[in-house]
Design a protein around this ligand. Structure first.
Ligand SMILES: *[C@@H]1O[C@H](CO)[C@@H](O)[C@H](O)[C@H]1NC(C)=O
Ligand SMILES: *[C@@H]1O[C@H](CO)[C@@H](O)[C@H](O)[C@H]1NC(C)=O
Ligand SMILES: *[C@@H]1O[C@H](CO)[C@@H](O)[C@H](O)[C@H]1NC(C)=O
Length: 318
């Protein structure tokens, strides 16, 4: 064999081994838990991981609330869920995290129409939104990925407590390890990637702080890394970034169904009963950087977020 053949052979063996390892270690939710009589709310449910999660929840018999921005996509998703699972107890409510007014409206409707909430899945998120400032005066990516879900979670806590034991599941990302968050300026503009990583760190900080604040209530809060999944979350990125992301990660990629497994695990698995304040990956409790479990930082970010979303005293339910 000449050198070239050796190298080519080596590369192929490497790719095959990584692929096999990847398939073998991929976490799957093995729980057969049923959700009849329970209500599950999923944000960003009309595509990708959110849709796959919704299909699974519907298959388990839950009333599934799809919190979506685009009603046309949401309606298509609803029909797909009904045809795949036979569960017709699927409802759509509109929510646009770019507007806190929309988040408040959504919560008001949920309170008016729904009698219970057993699982809240903070799944919605976006990349590549730039450094725009929203009508609420907040950084757009931080608002869509953190401030919006933060406000929503707080507004729904009363319903979750009433329905306890209940669970809050927040989809974060391993990308948080690349964050560089300035807790004194959560709206600091920066590179898209950095904004994204910072917002994903905030997801973990929120989830952990929530777990502390909800101790003894039978409402648990956990977050997770879904894996690297190729979904619509990348839709706003320019084509060359999408291509390079796809290319550089392709052998680590999960499809949306596989990407939903850890969310599903956190939402339903009996093994997660009573577990709170953890970060999951591949359906297992996983490590994070010390900064992600820093109590002082999470409290600070929590306090600032409360201020920035203008959470009122009578809206605090922990
Ligand atoms: C919520 O309730 C209002 C008023 O009763 C009704 O018009 C609306 O269709 C309901 N929305 C959903 C999504 O069930
Ligand atoms: C939490 O659940 C336990 C076990 O079901 C129950 O004994 C306890 O009263 C519950 N606590 C609250 C605050 O609901
Ligand atoms: C956050 O706010 C609470 C309640 O106002 C206060 O007790 C706590 O010291 C604050 N924590 C930080 C880190 O600012």
């Amino acid at each position: 064999m000449n050198t070239f053949t050796c190298i080519a052979f080596g590369i192929i063996v490497f790719i095959v081994v990584v692929k096999i390892l990847n398939v073998v270690t991929k976490g799957r939710c093995t729980s057969k838990a049923k959700l009849n009589g329970k209500t599950v709310l999923i944000t960003g449910a009309s595509g990708g991981i959110g849709k796959e999660t919704a299909i699974d929840m519907a298959a388990r018999g839950a009333r599934v609330i799809l919190g979506c921005r685009n009603l046309k996509f949401a309606e298509d998703t609803k029909q797909e869920i009904i045809s795949k699972t036979g569960n017709t107890n699927i409802v759509i409510y509109q929510i646009d995290f770019e507007s806190l007014t929309s988040v408040r409206k959504f919560s008001k409707l949920i309170h008016e129409n729904e009698s219970r909430l057993d699982v809240l899945i903070n799944n919605a998120g976006a990349m590549g939104l730039g450094n725009k400032i929203t009508e609420d005066g907040l950084h757009i990516m931080m608002q869509v990925n953190h401030f919006g879900p933060f406000l929503l979670t707080n507004l729904l806590l009363d319903l979750l407590k009433k329905s306890a034991p209940s669970r809050i599941v927040t989809v974060s990302s391993l990308g948080h390890i690349f964050s560089s968050l300035d807790p004194d300026n959560l709206n600091k503009p920066g590179l898209d990637e950095l904004n994204y990583f910072n917002s994903k760190l905030c997801n973990i900080l929120m989830s952990n702080e929530l777990a502390r604040k909800l101790e003894g209530t039978n409402v648990t809060s956990n977050c997770l890394h879904p894996g690297i999944v190729h979904t619509e979350i990348m839709q706003h990125l320019p084509w060359y970034k999408r291509l390079s992301l796809s290319f550089s990660y392709w052998f680590f990629f999960k499809n949306a169904k596989e990407g939903a497994e850890t969310t599903i695990h956190c939402a339903v698995c009996e093994k997660v009963d009573g577990i709170s304040g953890k970060y999951f990956q591949d359906c297992k409790d996983y490590w994070t950087l010390p900064i992600a479990s820093n109590k002082e930082l999470s409290e600070k970010v929590w306090n600032k977020s409360m201020e920035l979303v203008k959470l009122q005293k009578n809206e605090i339910h922990y």
